[in-house]
Write a protein that binds this ligand. Structure first.
Ligand code: M6P
Ligand code: ZN
Length: 186
């Protein structure tokens, strides 16, 4: 069997906006796509009725989803909240658990929340220049605690895949809410 070699490529990433050119896929997640993730489901349904705003977008230049490849993408997580809980991503484990990921903060500010199936817990603040390492077996979710979009770049193994089901069932073991003068992490 001959494997067709891939052609090297370069992309242009605009740090402030997270714009990645060219990109071959764009995922847009609205409040209605995050049903079950936020504690205040009445506040969520009110937002859905009121225009169902975009919570985040992921821009990616696709490569084959297989061992040996690295997938690169940017996430633009908008500023906002559902009740008093800041806008956040769905969060996932990798379907292939033994795969890590690297995040690089580009603009705005937020948190990276992590947990393991054994009850491990971790949270790190992120802003422009933060390089965060997500080890294998750690679920990860990002939260925008600022007034601007929180933008970050991610690189992960091609075979990793996304497992959303485990988090939909068990929930995440941390939440970040709007406090009187600073975000409150619990
Ligand atoms: C990062 C990466 C992507 C992920 C995206 C949004 O860019 O981890 O793999 O898709 O964040 O997160 P989620 O898939 O949890 O919605
Ligand atoms: Zn991931």
């Amino acid at each position: 069997m001959t494997v067709k070699p891939m052609v090297p490529f370069a992309l242009v990433l605009e740090f402030r906006s997270g714009k990645l050119e060219p990109h071959t896929s764009r995922i847009v997640r609205r409040v209605s796509d995050l049903r079950g993730a936020f504690a205040d489901s009445a506040a969520l349904e009110a937002l859905v009725k009121d225009g169902d705003p975009v919570v985040y977008e992921v821009l990616q230049y696709d490569v084959p989803e297989e061992t040996g490849q690295l997938i690169c993408c940017t996430t633009v997580l908008h500023s906002g909240s559902v009740g008093d809980e800041y806008f956040m991503t769905k969060g996932h484990y990798h379907a292939v658990r033994d795969t890590a990921e690297v995040y690089l903060g580009l603009s705005g500010q937020g948190y990276l929340l992590l947990m393991t199936e054994e009850g491990g817990i971790s949270a790190m603040p992120m802003s422009a220049g933060t390089v965060a390492y997500v080890p294998p077996r750690w679920a990860h979710r990002t939260v925008n605690t600022g007034e601007e979009p929180f933008v970050f770049f991610a690189v992960y193994p091609g075979q990793a895949g996304h497992d959303y089901g485990a988090i939909q069932e068990s929930g995440f073991n941390q939440r970040v809410r709007r406090g009187t003068d600073a975000p409150v992490l619990r």
